[in-house]
Write a protein that binds this ligand. Structure first.
Ligand code: GDP
Ligand code: IMO
Ligand code: MG
Length: 417
């Protein structure tokens, strides 16, 4: 059966690690949305791999594919591909010809968009031009990978883009679009990647009857439609976008992945956020610093109310929990089970008035005793009783089994049930 690994929180749940772990049993690993706003860290035998665009299956030498739903910064991709070539023999990565590109002006617009908002309204984006690139895709202005075959088409498209955006760039003292330079750059990047570009129909044909693993980026609560709008990313991160973003009409099962606590980078509601020493302790011990922007991630207790919502919108059938090892020395570990004594089972994360009123003080918690060192365990049966109580509580609340537990960053610190 094909599978998808989808983040259930605000990203950084450990998707990269688990995709690397699972990919052994798959033929193709696919990204279907997002861009180099993603930062997926995988550690194998003390070697650290940091991937932003290339699916984590590349480390095991699996075939990898970036589907049409991804937005692609060619400069970044070329660097990342070169890096991975130094570590992996002949990595096989395909790019859908229908991918929309991120250009420099998207990054400038990302910066402008943030600059016009008041401090508490800033999204806190990764500044990679993601929002503006998707805006152009929806606005039918994108330069697609398939356009790069023709200098005339590139020039014609960039010229129209220039007429549209130059007035804004000028107004905010940003450099205007240079048609010649942009065309030249795109042509030289095209030379570097043209052998990797394939039509959607190619992947469909070659991988028919093969096993496919889909690697989500970001998390369900950052989904453009289902997340805490406007504090979201600009793509649909949920599993139902897989078919659109990959153009592969296949069935798949969704593994929902979450940390034993919660983190968020950037602004937006976070009901179980900790502002005390425990939050700082978790950030330090869990190394909660963004891979992409190096920002410190906000930390809080696991929030089952939002997790239940994420499981529903992703049709999650099995769960993977990561980073319980980070909490092992705390005197007590908490789980948020309701807001204002009420289970918001159908919480609408777009209702920011409700969410703004939520905080640690008016959330309700279940309290657990911690479990000591677990990083060397290799069997589910051997987990300490206190951790079993914690996982059973989560499973009962969500009514979904936890099938994978990650107990450390290394590939082999993973238990399957
Ligand atoms: P992703 O964006 O979902 O792929 O997650 P990131 O890679 O951005 O962040 C997860 C971080 O936690 C990475 O640095 C991983 O190496 C690390 N990690 C993953 N699983 C575990 C775990 O079970 N325990 C610990 N301590 N670290 C983990
Ligand atoms: P991975 O795949 C965590 C957040 C940003 C910001 C919001 C919008 O590593 O889990 P954007 O640049 O996408 O327009 O920023 O989304 N964000 C992430 N947070 N992990 C990610 O990816 C993220 N990608 C975007 O911090 O709040
Ligand atoms: Mg990440």
């Amino acid at each position: 059966m094909n599978k998808a690994v989808i983040g259930l929180q605000w990203g950084d749940e450990g998707k990269g690690k688990i995709v690397d772990f699972l990919s052994e049993d798959f033929d193709l690993v696919v990204r279907y949305q997002g861009g180099n706003n993603a930062g997926h860290t995988v550690i194998v035998d003390n070697n650290t791999y940091k991937l932003n665009l290339i699916p984590s299956g590349v480390i095991r030498g699996k075939d990898c594919y970036l589907g049409q739903g991804v937005v692609l910064d060619l400069e970044h991709f070329s660097k990342e591909f070169n890096q991975i070539r130094k570590k992996v023999l002949n990595p096989k990565v395909f790019l859908s010809s229908n991918i929309s590109l991120i250009l420099d002006y998207h990054k400038q617009l990302d910066k402008i968009n943030e600059s016009i908002l008041n401090n508490n309204k800033k999204i806190g984006t990764t500044s990679k031009g993601i929002g503006p690139a998707y805006q152009d895709k929806v606005g039918r202005k994108s330069i697609k990978l398939y356009d790069l075959k023709s200098k005339n088409i590139i020039e014609e498209k960039i010229y129209a883009i220039k007429r549209f955006y130059d007035p804004i760039l000028k107004k905010f003292n940003e450099s205007e679009i240079n048609v010649e330079q942009t065309t030249e750059d795109l042509i030289s990047f095209y030379d570097l990647v043209k052998d990797l570009i394939v039509d959607n129909s190619f992947v469909k044909k070659v991988y028919r009857n093969k096993k496919i693993l889909f690697e989500g980026a970001q998390g369900a609560l950052l989904d453009l439609d289902h997340g805490s709008y406007p504090f979201v990313t600009s793509s649909n991160t949920v599993s139902s976008n897989i078919i659109i973003g990959s153009a592969l009409q296949v069935d798949y099962q969704t593994i929902g992945i979450f940390k034993a606590y919660a983190t968020r980078v950037g602004n937006g509601p976070f009901p179980s956020e900790l502002f005390d020493d425990i939050g700082d302790y978790i950030a330090e011990k869990g190394v909660e610093f963004g891979t992409v922007t190096k920002r410190k991630r906000r930390c809080g207790w696991l929030d089952l109310v939002s997790l239940k919502y994420s499981c529903e919108i992703n049709r999650v059938t099995e769960l993977c929990m990561t980073k319980a090892d980070v909490l092992n020395n705390l005197s007590e570990v908490k789980i948020c089970k309701s807001y204002n004594s009420k289970k918001y089972e159908d919480i609408n994360f777009s209702e920011s008035e409700i969410l703004d009123s939520l905080s640690l003080e008016n959330s309700d918690f279940e309290v657990f005793s911690s479990w000591g060192n677990i990083t060397k365990l290799s069997k589910f049966e051997n987990l300490p009783d206190n951790l079993k109580k914690f996982t059973s509580y989560i499973e009962n609340y969500l009514n979904i089994p936890i099938k994978i537990i990650s107990l450390g960053p290394e590939r082999n610190q993973t238990i399957i049930r």
